[in-house]
Ligand binder design. Structure first.
Ligand code: DGY
Length: 322
């Protein structure tokens, strides 16, 4: 029997071709994010669902699909939108796309850091508003990174790639993570030092978030954490919005509790806290971490390979293990 493969958002052509070779592919036309009701209707009878981070994947989705569902393959490294235990309980394999978006996401994180510390957004807004300006020794002065300390929260693949970029800019590295997650290899390579979250917040000039969103990391950066940071420090978030209490961040940025923030993700995406829009010390991007043609193609190919492997009864390249 030909498997039914539901693809919730159109993927790069080579990935669509791979899936079409493996089964009957359904995808929304036109390409758009489905409501939960539409998603549940679409997955009925599916053997594989290739989803994105916007799709809520839980027991209700598996029930809507039916008992033949074998795999949910998300085109993302993060899978906080998926109730993994519920799917596992129902015999559905969950896969994701680690590895292929590491450099793109670290590039974007470092880009946001440069943007906020060198006030690039402010400069561009000023020019586009046609406001008068001229070169001036005191004009739009930013903050240099050399000799400063980067604090990485979550020294996994993307955190490590961010730290490598920071080392190339002359920064020192400290990091923190879940208990028992010492990274001796990265410590040697980057001369990185493991510290507690409290110490990291206290001593870092830049705090960059790379931990997954879990019940433990939701609002990890709240008003108290922000108050613990240096008033000259910057916060970079390219992981998931709810790791930061966005209202507390707006307040901290407005009152100068910290110097600035670079954000690629938001607590209630695609909504952005209106306070952030008023602040010149916030550099904002619309969840672009992995958004290069090369990376999105690689993510799509890996997601397609994962789905096809499970449909064929093989071990997928990158299952969710936790
Ligand atoms: C992910 O993969 O989790 C990103 O947020 C989107 O690329």
């Amino acid at each position: 029997m030909t498997p039914r493969i539901v693809v919730t958002r159109k993927l790069a052509d080579p990935a669509m071709a791979l899936l079409r070779d493996a089964g009957d592919v359904w995808l929304p036309d036109p390409d758009r994010t489905l409501t939960t009701a539409e998603l549940h209707a679409a997955v009925a009878g599916a053997h594989a669902v290739v989803s994105t981070l916007q799709d809520r994947v839980d027991a209700a989705l598996v029930d809507a699909a039916g008992p033949q569902l074998k795999v949910v393959s998300t085109v993302a490294v993060g899978y906080d939108n998926i109730d993994v235990p519920a799917l596992r309980e129902r015999g559905v394999v969950v896969t994701h796309t680690p590895g292929v978006l590491t450099d793109a996401t670290a590039d974007l994180a470092f880009g946001l850091l440069l943007s906020v510390t060198r006030r690039l957004g402010e400069g561009e807004r000023l020019i586009r508003a046609r406001r008068p300006w001229q070169f001036d020794l005191g004009f739009l002065l930013g903050t240099g990174l050399q000799g400063k300390t980067l604090g990485v929260v979550g020294l996994g693949a993307i955190g490590t790639a961010m730290a490598r970029r920071a080392r190339a800019f002359g920064m020192d590295i400290v990091y923190t993570g879940r208990p028992g997650t010492r990274r001796s290899d990265a410590e040697r390579e980057l001369d990185a030092r493991l510290v507690t979250l409290d110490e990291l917040l206290r001593i870092s000039d830049v705090v960059s978030l790379h931990c997954p969103l879990t019940p433990q990391t939701r609002h990890l950066i709240d008003a108290d954490a922000l108050a613990a940071m240096k008033p000259t420090a910057f916060l970079i978030n390219t992981t998931r919005g709810p790791v930061v209490d966005e209202a507390a961040l707006v307040d901290a940025l407005a009152r100068g509790v910290i110097a600035g923030a670079g954000l690629d993700v938001f607590e209630n995406e695609p909504e952005v806290h209106p306070g952030l829009l008023e602040l010149d010390n916030a550099a904002l991007a619309p969840h672009l971490g992995s958004a290069t043609t090369e990376t999105r193609t690689a993510m799509a190919m890996l997601a397609a390979r994962n789905a096809v492997a499970v449909l064929r009864g093989d071990e997928p390249p990158t299952p969710v293990r936790s």
